[in-house]
Design a protein around this ligand. Structure first.
Ligand SMILES: [Zn+2]
Length: 203
């Protein structure tokens, strides 16, 4: 799985030009290889059909997932991020779901998974920010696992935005998707095993 920018024209251009590196072998580049199954993305409900690509070197195929999506989640990353923010502010899953117009059981699933990984995710993004930044100062903890986790991701997004200005503005939601390979909230995600490179399509 490779995260890419949202603009499909640019993704196609980079594939043809051999500009997207293979995360499996680190030496080959990816070429177009059909399409993955389309999925509907809330809140707009627009179907998104991710590109599939194959490494010209090792032959492994990858799904190129737009950075705004979390793997196997039918909601945009921004919506999930907003749910985590509401939770950190003290709302329960039902009220969060009402505010976001999402299904309560779905929201409960996001909050449970994220809630079980607060410290792992926090530590991962602190490490990412320290790696990406120059002379960074680690933010003080707020004494709340949720707030500390969100603060670490926001801080890392700001550091990465400074360091990699050519990427444009990096939102915390985009960074969570890019740095965790889209798997922050996936059922089988050990977030701690992921290397945090903000631009996962190329080293
Ligand atoms: Zn490869």
């Amino acid at each position: 799985m490779v995260t890419v920018e949202v603009d499909p024209v640019r993704v196609e251009t980079r594939l043809v030009a051999g500009e997207i590196c293979c995360p499996a072998c680190d030496t080959g580049v990816l070429a177009r290889w059909g399409w993955a199954r389309s999925r509907r993305v809330a809140p707009t409900g627009e179907p998104v059909r991710p590109r599939r690509a194959r490494c010209r070197g090792c032959g492994v195929t990858h799904v190129l997932l737009p950075v705004t999506l979390l793997l196997r989640r039918a909601y945009a990353a921004q919506v999930i991020w907003a749910a985590l923010q509401h939770r950190a502010a003290g709302l329960g899953h039902r009220r969060v779901a009402t505010r976001l117009g999402a299904v309560a059981t779905t929201v409960r699933g996001w909050l449970r998974r994220a809630g079980g990984r607060l410290e792992v995710v926090r530590a991962e993004f602190v490490r990412l920010a320290v790696t990406a930044g120059v002379d960074v100062t680690v933010p003080k903890t707020a004494g709340s696992g949720w707030k500390d986790m969100l603060a670490a991701v926001e801080w890392a997004a700001a550091v990465v935005g400074d360091r990699f200005a050519e990427l444009g503005m990096v939102t915390p939601a985009e960074l969570v998707v890019a740095a965790s390979g889209g798997r922050l909230l996936a059922p089988d995600c050990p977030a701690e095993s992921e290397q945090g490179c903000p631009n996962t399509s190329c080293p």
